[in-house]
Design a protein around this ligand. Sequence first.
Ligand SMILES: C[S@@+](CC[C@H](N)C(=O)[O-])C[C@H]1O[C@@H](n2cnc3c(N)ncnc32)[C@H](O)[C@@H]1O
Length: 352
Amino acid sequence: MGILILCRPGFEPEAAAEIADWAARHELAGYPQATRGEGWVRFHFFDPAPDHALPGPRDLIFARQRVRVIADLPDLPREDRLAPMLAALREAGITRLGDLIVEHPDSDAARPLAGLARSFGNALRPALRREGWLAELSDPRLPCLHVCFLSGTHVLLGLSEPRGVRLWPQGIARLRVPKDAPSRSAAKLEEALETLMSAEERARWLQPGMTAADLGAAPGGWSFILARRHVRVIAIDNGPIQPALLDTGLVEHLRADGFTWQPPRPLDWMVCDMVEQPRRVAARMADWFVHGWCRHAIFNLKLPMKKRWAEVQANLGDFHARCEAADIAVQTRARQLYHDREEITVLAWTGR
Ligand SMILES: C[S@@+](CC[C@H](N)C(=O)[O-])C[C@H]1O[C@@H](n2cnc3c(N)ncnc32)[C@H](O)[C@@H]1O
């Protein structure tokens, strides 16, 4: 039945190339099916795939959601979608579910399905409980059932395993950023902190009183998010920083070039949102780890070019190669966040 991936509309080629690479690395033969602009990719296996054949929640950059497909219902009758769906779940041998997510791709064509998804979820949830498949309270240890409406009559049913990561409908983290944030980019860093790290990592890695540099900080959205967590920030940018942010006393503004500025002493964090060639950014980010200027970093790689998957692989490969050459062990997790447009966001950290 394969794997269903939801992605940012327009990034289907990247999501398809990435899942094909993942499958090849795991010696799973198959092919991706995608149409540009539809916001989803399906990977079909040539042979029946083992049950565990599903990328982990943080294994793919361009996947907002990834689900093991258990049933394809291309012709659901509009007057009763529920009965065929329950029959398909019975046939698939469903016994225990930890949660239910009813969703649809994020494309222009599929967005009007939001109302249907909501009302259908309200009908399906009690039906799953009556069958004894779904408990009253969600249980993150059990698989989550995904009902994905590709159209009003075409539904894919799938399962995902949370594996310690919070699951969101459409894979879109719904986060509130205060209205007084200096820029909309603030939501991007908030989403990165929430989705690229576990709660336990956040508690350990991001503590009040820590220090950070924000390269390309103006007007201050990312510094604002760090200062809210009581981190002291040096904001590097030739542009102005919101005065209210400077008034907190937690943010110091330096007019300098983010590609040459060095911190006077090692910092806990470096974040970088400079709009520049991704190759140049990745190389500079590696400098920070090679010189021991930070232990954790979150940076954006802008992708205005055509071959974006190849570019991402080259840049992350270059970043790791530079760190390895200096014998610095650095790990990364990358994702195209909901708030990312033509870019991805990378978390990097060293155990040092
Ligand atoms: C997308 S904006 C950053 C928005 C910011 N993260 C926020 O949340 O408000 C990019 C910033 O990078 C800055 N920038 C670009 N090249 C830079 C460089 N070489 N050194 C420092 N800042 C740079 C620009 O001045 C611009 O303010």
